[in-house]
Ligand binder design. Sequence first.
Ligand code: ILE
Length: 445
Amino acid sequence: MNKFSRIGFIFAAAGSAVGLGNIWKFPYITGEYGGGAFVLVYLLCIVFIGLVVFIAESYLGQASEANVSSTFIKMSKTKNPNWKYAGFMVFAGLFILAFYSVVLGWILNYIIVSFGNLPNSAQAAGNSFNTLISEKIGLQILLHSIVALITIFIVLKGVKDGIEKINLILMPLLGVIMFGLLAYALTLDSFSKSIEFMFRADWSKIDENALLAALGQAFFTLSLGIGTIMTYSASLPQKNNFVKSSLYVAIVDTTIAIVAGLIIFSFLFAAGAKSSAGPGLVFISLPVIFEQWGTLGNIIAVAFFSALLFAGITSAVSMIEPVLMLFIERFNMTRKKAVAICGSIFYIFGIIALLSMSSSYKESLTFFGKNAFDWMDFLTSSISMPIAAIITCIFLGFFVDKEKIKNKFTQHVPVAIFNIWYVLVKYIVPLAVTILLLNKLGIIK
Ligand code: ILE
């Protein structure tokens, strides 16, 4: 099998983790939940839950060197073939990719728009965003098709020549753009206000919804529960320290999320705009601010939306790869055939997602008060990702030989670190995630 280089793995895993979740979602949910306290809760979720599950997935992948289904069978004490069903988690990635590709299409549109005239009022910006999603079906299908083709083109080339290469190019570029935007944000008077907003905790804003949002975001941003980290780690050379790599990826991911937040809130506060605009924050609030900055605003807008696109593309490839590997290894498919099948599935569901927001098809594609786009998001990020994480933790805690895990860990880290991780993975994380999940489903209060 084609292995990543060590640095290639870190770039690819960080490329997967850093995505729309960091630059689009994290700032707007932080804004909705009032800033500082939410950021702190989020950081705790990253360290005590996200990182723990990340290390778990990375261990399983590296130890098994196989696709997700085979990993569960191979690593279980009894080699029980029924564990293959745990491999279903990879399909969640495909459904996330469906609506993710639609959003990346919007971003592509905003890159193009940013070269010309940006909207000069919040109303104009809101109108143009709403017209895009509710009226311009043809344009959205075209944009979604371009994103789908780019994704397919990269994964067709495989792990080393496709995924590793694109990450080694796009991740440094993303880093440079984010650094440039941060440098500009630092020159604004509103930067200190942005710091204060993100780091001064107002605990009154934290309720169970905030907790759930922070936990969900921790899973989403680290690409957990969809088999991505397991699959990428299966291509991590055996001698590499998977605990250290996991830590690096979590640090890069968190840093980019915080930096994105600081940049966006500096921009918003500079213009006196609200921080709680929701999902439209980067599509509606920011373009109006960029417009006020003239040509410099156009340059910043192009840079900002390009950063989002680059971050998103490296995540997109990571959502399809686990399914490809499963199809290739378990059904003996060629990569081409696997790509054709998986590509068609996410492409078609992407079209359903975008139609479900259009004024013409909204009604027929809305079920129980949620449109297809929101259903795909809800069923994956809120349901399937946490369930997959619970299964992974319980599997490691109760169905895998402890000594075997310990041996691998202690090749890289002191036994004390292993012990802490093991208790977290076996009891604390599955319990915490189960309680939060049941609470979200309204089963317990
Ligand atoms: N982690 C990425 C993000 O934050 C994707 C989530 C892969 C599924 O956008």
